[in-house]
Design a protein around this ligand. Structure first.
Ligand SMILES: Nc1nc2c(ncn2[C@@H]2O[C@H](COP(=O)(O)OP(=O)(O)OP(=O)(O)O)[C@@H](O)[C@H]2O)c(=O)[nH]1
Ligand SMILES: [Mg+2]
Length: 464
């Protein structure tokens, strides 16, 4: 058997995996796919109708049992019989719905292995769907993103991408490049001044670069859609960060005490609000300390500030603080001026301290009395709007897609000056354009190395 034959047969082998999460529950779903799947499952299937599973029509459901090698019933199940290519992988497929007890699931899996199946690798069902042309690589990645979407917006985009939004965007781009290549070939075939398409190609190229650039430019904002917004509460000890954190979450998540230095480590909690996923992070209060653990906590506060999207810098003006702490506040305000919202907590208290000046809008709240928390939220949403900017996002890109698209953009950009000279070398332009198309083929998975392909599917879960 040569390598190709081995790969083909590997692709055709019957694979089995549990598609639903492990653990007790009402039902579990096992999926099997491969060329010989009906024969494999038939060996262990006993249909209530008394008929054989291999004789059943495609896309039909049958009640029955899975029986083990000793002829004992493992569980009462439903068999869903689907003949390829109208299946997820494109191959013949059987899905078994059984009761979700891990002993049952494992015994059915073992029985299927004895009957000729093997355990599926990570993302192997989707990998087969791509290989058999049921999905392109972008759609396969969208399935992964759909399962792991953390925000309503990223769920929406992943679904659109699974339905082909980014794939058809790439298809349009490819078509534009092909048109340019056709113009080039027309120009050097005829070698006639009248038939020169230089100006048309240039115009097309500029439009194309503009279109790609627009999508690339939204990439930095896409993390807000994918991961939500990270909001860190920072400030000196005892100013009421944890109290405010609890108010914002509307639950008593963090410990609050009058003791300065109560919070030692960062605490994270998320909420959905107005369609956004917000992760709040409470941190250890900043102060001079000899305590090693507390100092490590304070270091963490600063690390969180550097990666935060928004910092709620909390001040308590009823408390006197040292010059060093004032300096620390000023440094934070300088370093992160555009992501800070200054929050004056304990607004109902008498003001004893007015050292910290801030010229941007600040909010006065009382975490103790739950006062003005709605105003603070308004300010947070204003900031989020600023962060996201006004650019409409057409598609969500992952890092792999972004990198390929960026390389493609660069390649085209290099061709641009070749189109503005008097005697255009159409043959060279055409060659460069054809070369650049290989990046688009890699994007959709039409041509991609096995290693790159495996790397993508390595992030998938078994059963998908
Ligand atoms: N009067 C008043 N007291 C408050 C307010 N918010 C918090 N406190 C009190 O301030 C003290 C410290 O509150 P925490 O929320 O633990 O403050 P912190 O900033 O998290 O403190 P560390 O974790 O030590 O850095 C507690 O006694 C709270 O009850 C407020 O709005 N008004
Ligand atoms: Mg605290």
């Amino acid at each position: 058997m040569n390598k190709n034959q081995f790969l083909v047969s590997f692709q055709e082998q019957v694979i089995v995996a549990q598609c639903t999460p492990q653990g007790a529950g009402a039902i579990a779903l096992l999926r099997l796919s491969g060329n010989d799947v009906f024969n494999v499952v038939d060996k262990a299937a006993r249909l209530a109708s008394g008929k054989r599973l291999i004789d059943q029509n495609s896309h039909s459901i049958h009640f029955g049992s899975v029986i083990n090698q000793r002829g004992q019933s493992i569980d009462q199940v439903l068999f869903l019989v689907m003949k390829g290519p109208r299946t997820f992988t494109g191959q013949d497929t059987v899905e078994i719905t059984c009761h979700n007890n891990q002993f049952i699931v494992e015994e059915i899996m073992n029985t299927m292995i004895i009957c000729g199946a093997r355990i599926a690798g990570k993302g192997e069902f989707t990998q087969r769907a791509v290989t058999l042309g049921k999905l392109d690589l972008i759609q396969a990645e969208a399935i992964h993103d759909l399962i792991h979407a953390q925000t309503a917006a990223s769920l929406k985009y992943s679904l659109q991408q699974l339905e082909g939004s980014l794939s058809s965007w790439v298809f349009e781009i490819e078509n534009s490049v092909l048109e340019m290549i056709a113009f080039c070939e027309g120009s050097f075939e005829f070698l006639d001044e009248e038939m020169e398409f230089g100006a048309d190609i240039l115009k097309k190229m500029e439009q194309l670069l503009n279109k790609i650039n627009k999508l690339l430019a939204t990439f930095s904002k896409q993390q807000y859609i994918k991961e939500g917004i990270k909001i860190v509460l920072m400030g000196s000890v005892n100013v009421g960060k944890s109290s405010l954190f609890n108010c914002l979450l509307e639950k008593n998540r963090a410990i609050v005490t009058p003791v300065a230095g109560t919070t030692r480590d960062t605490i994270e909690a998320g909420v959905y609000k107005e369609g956004e996923f917000l992760t709040f992070i409470d941190t250890a209060g900043i102060r001079e300390t000899e305590d090693e653990i507390e100092r490590a906590g304070i270091d963490r506060s600063f690390q969180e500030a550097s990666v935060a999207d928004i910092i709620l810098l909390v001040v308590d003006r009823s408390q006197k603080i040292s010059i060093d702490i004032v300096a620390a506040y000023e440094k934070i305000m300088q370093n992160y001026s555009d992501k800070i919202i200054l929050v004056y907590n304990k607004m109902e208290e008498e003001i004893l301290f007015e050292e910290i000046k801030f010229d941007e809008r600040s909010i006065f709240v009382s975490a103790k009395n739950n006062q003005n928390i709605d105003l603070l939220y308004q300010e947070i949403f204003k900031k989020i709007k600023q962060l996201k900017g006004s650019d409409a996002i057409t598609c969500l890109l992952n890092k792999r897609q972004y990198d390929l698209l960026f390389k493609f953009y660069r390649d085209l950009e290099e061709v641009l000056p070749m189109l503005t000279i008097r005697r255009i070398d159409y043959e060279l332009v055409s060659y460069r354009l054809k070369e650049s198309l290989s990046l688009m083929a890699e994007l959709t998975g039409k041509t991609i190395s096995q290693a790159a392909f495996d790397k993508i599917f390595d992030t998938f879960c078994v059963g998908k």
